[in-house]
Design a protein around this ligand. Structure first.
Ligand code: CA
Ligand code: CA
Length: 490
């Protein structure tokens, strides 16, 4: 193939449970020099949102370009091959277009830390090469990890300042593997590549080398969110439904340690991103490679009294998104339009001239990449499930709330507002004015002065939610007998 005909490569970097605690997003504490440098090279999306603030549903959605109501995946431990088996995933579409597609670490859902070093709930059809390293964080250090629920590390708040340096940890081993693949790809230079690297940090347990990363964040200087009781007074119960009982054990000292370890894990992950980007540069690939960096959903560090994910507040739904597209994005550009991660598949397909399935539900961000003021959809929709065991086996249904078994929360983000309905409003509504209340502290939904805004946004939210279902009218369900992914370390 002649160089002129060659399609661009894609380096797709995704972090796990990372919110916007990054220097390039204005965080006052974060030491993230590599991601800051990446943001300066291309476009930073300031209002990027996941479709569902939980690993499995979000990743299935992002990698298929379909909302969770169309993948049928509303919980972890499941994959879209069990619900919509013939749908092409994004990396699979690239493979069919002649790309080398490789995966290192967590792209589809994994139980962290137990599935580190395995294929997790992977989709083999998406890749021709999969690499699953495991470092000391998985293999040696678990007995030393502090956890709010002793013995549990993935769901419970848990952390450890490791005495072992970077090169022993899983995310650093993944950066090594990425560098190796990039070198091989540059040598062979036969096909373009789609290389996906899924870092595990800063997902719990927050394990990172003590030196230097914990030292960047002195425990006594870590913030503790104040005024939680007053803030919660105007909230429907469902808005706080992601609270876990063991989090009542948190003292302010533990909160500060938790925040410190979360930040330390972010800086450690940032250093590994830097090593992958250095390898891209060193192998002469940077000018021909589109770089995407994002996370699978946002994360709470005590805002509204919440920790981790599964809420519909800004902190849990918003994700970092940086895109460098050589010849398309301008250095240091910023897009303020609300966008969704379902938009990534159509975007990369357009940038690379790859045929995408016709049923994708997002829209290409290429106009925004060229001009951040370009017209776009103007909203992003995120959903979650409450009741009926939201972390168990929720199912897609249009009859939400019926029989009191489970109900959906939907939240719509526009440039100015966040509007949320729980069980179509029957279990509460929330309205926040981001022009005046970026922390979403004052719920305006029941105030007369805002009734016309609520009516308008409610109409818009329901129209948007309708678009998240497949046009056939059939809601996807787990089909018995279909391939069940290879599981799992105990
Ligand atoms: Ca996650
Ligand atoms: Ca409030």
């Amino acid at each position: 193939m002649h160089a002129a005909e060659k399609k661009p490569n894609v380096l797709f970097l995704v972090s796990d449970d990372l919110n916007n605690f990054l220097g390039c997003y204005g965080d006052p504490r974060a030491k993230t020099p590599n991601l800051d440098k990446l943001a300066a090279r291309g476009m930073r999306f300031d209002r990027a949102y996941c479709s569902f603030p939980l690993c499995g549903p979000s990743r299935n959605s992002l990698l298929t370009g379909l909302y969770p109501n169309s993948t049928g995946i509303l919980g972890n431990q499941q994959i879209f091959r069990q619900t919509i088996p013939s749908q092409l995933s994004m990396p699979q579409a690239f493979r069919l277009a002649g790309y080398f597609a490789g995966r290192i670490g967590k792209l589809y859902h994994y139980n962290v830390p137990n599935s580190i070093g395995t294929n997790g709930h992977d989709d083999p059809g998406s890749w021709e090469l999969e690499i699953n390293p495991a470092g000391v964080d998985r293999l040696e250090e678990e007995p030393k990890i502090f956890s709010l629920t002793p013995g549990q590390y993935g769901g419970a708040l848990s952390w450890y300042a490791s005495p072992k340096s970077d090169e022993f940890h899983t995310d650093a081993l993944m950066a090594d593997d990425a560098a190796w693949i990039l070198e091989r790809r540059a040598q062979k230079n036969d096909r373009p590549f789609f290389l996906a690297v899924g870092f595990y940090r800063p997902h719990t347990p927050y394990v990172a080398p003590k030196d230097p990363y914990f030292g960047y964040y002195p425990e006594g200087e870590m913030p503790v969110v104040a005024g939680v009781k007053e803030d919660q007074a105007d909230l429907p119960k469902a808005a706080l439904g992601s609270h876990k009982p063991d989090q009542d054990k948190l003292t302010d000292d533990l909160r500060r340690q938790c925040v410190q370890a979360y930040y330390a894990s972010i800086s450690f992950m940032d250093a590994q991103v830097g090593r992958v980007l250095d390898a891209l540069e060193k192998n002469g690939l940077a000018d021909d490679t589109i770089i995407v960096f994002t996370s699978d959903h946002g994360y709470h560090m005590g805002e509204h009294g919440l920790w981790q994910k599964m809420s519909l507040f800004e902190e849990s739904t918003r994700v970092p998104l940086l895109i460098v597209a050589p010849g398309v994005t301008k250095p240091g550009s910023v897009a303020a339009a609300p966008i969704s991660q379902v938009d990534l598949f159509p975007t990369l397909a357009e940038l690379c001239g790859v045929d995408a399935p016709k049923n994708l539900q997002g829209e290409s961000l290429v106009p925004l990449l060229k001009d951040p003021a370009a017209k776009s959809r103007g909203w992003a929709l995120t959903q979650v499930v409450r009741g009926g065991g939201a972390l168990g086996r929720p199912t897609v249904t249009r009859d939400v709330g019926s029989e009191g078994k489970q109900f959906f929360g939907y939240t719509l983000r526009t440039p100015r507002w966040r509007y949320t309905e729980w069980d179509e409003g029957r279990a509460g509504r929330e309205l926040y004015d981001h022009d005046n209340d970026p922390k979403e502290l004052k719920n305006l939904a029941e105030e007369d002065a805002h009734s016309s805004t609520v009516a308008e946004l409610s109409h818009q939210l329901r129209a948007a939610a309708k678009q998240t279902f497949p046009p056939s009218g059939e809601t996807p369900k787990i089909q018995p007998g279909l391939w069940v992914p290879n599981l799992l370390a105990p």
